[in-house]
Design a protein around this ligand. Structure first.
Ligand SMILES: NC(=O)c1ccc[n+]([C@@H]2O[C@H](COP(=O)([O-])OP(=O)(O)OC[C@H]3O[C@@H](n4cnc5c(N)ncnc54)[C@H](O)[C@@H]3O)[C@@H](O)[C@H]2O)c1
Length: 439
């Protein structure tokens, strides 16, 4: 039984341009995947927007459409891709270099991928220390760089006849940074752009350009980026959707599956030691302690927030949690993660759980990129502005309103996401109470 729609949704008509600062392993695997799926040469496994269903109304109504039937999402055929990178490789070359997809498979989409060439990047070696490349912009100050990105965005929109755009950061992880005075207000940020304030990172210049062009912005890395008052102010003022941070794949994805289970059963956790080896460029960048610190923050915060030691001191107060990432070139994108978890049961008896996840980083990340761009475009068409907390499902470090702790439990995140879609369409929210079935 449907009630009045809560928001009026503009249709998903016309082309949707996807702009990616950073066209490395994740971006190229995502683009190649969409091209292959369009040709019927692959399945969009891992993507909620393509495969997920949503229950509507009572369980007795048997209404379970696909998510894409409930809300109007852009079609894969309507997506066009572009972006920026410090390297000049086109997306085909970037995909070959990333070694995620097999050569014969990539060969079948060589032509469309070869035509996508990265625009010159806004880059600062102080923020990503382990790499450098030739394809960068020059400007007298950061304001000029922001203006150059804004004209790239406008040119792309025009050249490809895009009705709408979404930007998603798929660039390297920048060094750890805390909000500085320049991030306090939009006015101080804009002054800082003119004055080349060193606390303004390249990802913030992209985000600023995106928000000024009223293009929704999602952050796939753990960088501070839009998590500062100045850019939140701009997102609100220009009525643009933002979300982040750090795609939830691999080991942290596993953590957010398992930790809520221990807590649900009131099992204690004394220690959680996580270690990884990976050999892609991301791994190389994360060898730098500055970039690793940024990653470590989002990875570590998850357990504390799920287990809530302040509410359950007898179970979690002494939890020792460590995360290590080691760069190990032979593995390429095929990451291996080990978790040793020391748990306690009845009367404090110790037990251990070991997880050995042999995953493929970009294979896990690509469907998240697809879902995020489609949902961010939806949010924008629904008139939703500022932080999109309902997309926490996709992130290790979900952005929230200030003073609000983030929700990390993936099943609560999924419920929130689906309830937001129901709410958009005026469908009843599902609480799982279900007493009416037993009247
Ligand atoms: N499962 C995953 O793969 C996963 C999960 C969570 C987060 N991430 C994050 O996503 C990002 C991309 O991962 P990846 O494996 O594709 O890494 P990658 O190293 O293959 O690609 C990143 C690209 O960004 C480019 N770059 C760096 N700074 C730039 C700038 N200022 N402007 C434009 N381009 C810039 C680099 O040249 C590189 O080509 C990383 O920050 C990573 O930590 C990935």
């Amino acid at each position: 039984m449907s009630i009045d729609r809560n928001v009026s949704l503009a249709p998903a008509a016309g082309r949707l341009g996807i702009l990616m600062p950073g066209m490395g392993a994740v971006a190229s695997t995502f683009i190649a995947g969409v091209e292959l799926i369009r040709k019927g040469l692959g399945e969009p496994i891992g993507s909620l927007t393509q495969l997920g269903t949503i229950r509507l109304g009572k369980r007795t109504e048997n209404r379970t459409p696909k998510i894409s039937e409930l809300v109007p999402l852009a079609k894969l055929d309507d997506l066009v891709f572009g972006g920026w990178d410090i390297f000049e490789d086109n997306v085909y070359e970037a995909a070959v270099r990333a070694r995620v997809l097999d050569a014969p498979l990539l060969e079948q989409v060589r032509e469309p991928l070869s035509t996508i060439k990265p625009m010159s990047a806004v880059f600062d070696q102080n923020y990503v220390r382990r790499i450098s490349g030739p394809n960068t912009k020059k400007g007298r100050n950061k304001r000029e760089l922001a203006d150059a990105l804004r004209s790239d965005i406008r040119d792309f929109r025009q050249k490809h006849g895009c009705a709408r755009l979404v930007m998603i950061w798929c660039g390297s992880t920048e060094v750890f940074g805390k909000p500085a005075p320049v991030h306090e207000t939009l006015a101080s940020f804009e002054k800082g752009l003119f004055e080349n304030d060193p606390s303004i990172s390249p990802s913030q210049i992209y985000a600023y350009a995106s928000l000024q062009e009223r293009v929704p912005f999602a952050n796939g890395a753990p960088n501070l980026t839009t998590d500062v008052p100045a850019l939140l102010e701009l997102a609100k003022a220009n009525e643009v959707a933002i979300c982040g941070k750090d795609f939830k794949t691999g080991q942290t994805f596993m953590k957010t599956l398992i930790a809520p289970g221990f807590k649900a059963r009131m099992l204690g956790v004394k220690g959680w030691f996580s270690t990884n080896i990976l050999g892609n460029r991301d791994g190389e960048v994360l060898e730098d302690p500055g970039s690793f610190k940024t990653k470590e923050e989002t990875k570590l915060s998850v357990l504390e927030q799920i287990l809530q030691p302040e509410l359950y001191p007898e179970l979690y107060k002494d939890l020792y949690h460590a995360v290590r990432i080691n760069y190990y070139p032979p593995r390429g994108d095929a990451k291996e993660g080990w978790d040793n978890i020391d748990i306690t049961g009845w009367l404090g008896y110790p037990m251990q759980v070991k997880i050995n996840f042999l995953c493929r980083d970009s294979i896990l990340a690509a469907p998240l990129v697809l879902d995020l761009v489609l949902f961010m475009d939806l949010a924008q068409r629904a008139g939703m502005k500022g932080i999109q907390e309902w997309l926490s499902f996709y992130f290790k470090g979900p952005m929230t309103a200030s003073g609000l702790y983030p929700e990390h439990d993936i099943f609560i995140q999924l419920m929130k996401l689906k309830n937001t879609l129901r709410w958009m369409r005026g469908e009843e929210l599902i609480t799982h109470l279900g007493l009416e079935y037993y009247d």
